[in-house]
Write a protein that binds this ligand. Sequence first.
Ligand code: FES
Ligand code: FES
Length: 205
Amino acid sequence: MADVRELNGPVSEGRRRFLIGSALGGAAPILGSVVQARAEDGSLSDPRSPVIVELKVNDGTHRLELDTRMTLLDALREEMGLTGAKKGCDHGQCGACTVLIDGRRELSCLTLAATVQGREVVTIEGLAEADGTLHPMQEAFIDHDAFQCGYCTPGQILSAVSCVREGHAGNAADIREYMSGNICRCAAYPNIVAAITQASQQMGE
Ligand code: FES
Ligand code: FES
């Protein structure tokens, strides 16, 4: 039988690369080049080694030095000062951190920042027009008083924009179903549904 010290012994470099590749899962195609570069420059053995990434957020490009393990949510809030996306649960269960990535709603707390290089990220700060004109969904949330404390609201609005674009806002039942990933602890749900109904008509989708 193998000695437990052998089982717990140092992980070989090859094995280490395999484990990192497995842990990256769907992020592998994008992070693969990062891992490859770090393997070649010898920094792979230190998982805390930063990488340089360029993130496109709200029509601007941010060149950042990040830990490969940093989530997009933390990068937005801590590195770019974009605090609209909220950290509610940090476990993919509340929707407060929702942003748009290439037009689709995604949970930024479950997304590694380094994996969104080359993709378009939109946060609540970038939803309005450059001249300050609010997006129809923002207007509708105000019109229908669709929030109380407002903590969930940025995530609700971005998720709602995507919900309409997906074609899932045709009736109240669909809206409730396809917005169920966004929790509102103030229970403003009836107003949120009313706001999305209004905005979906204005968005013409
Ligand atoms: Fe991301 Fe709750 S903070 S889902
Ligand atoms: Fe308070 Fe939704 S408005 S959590």
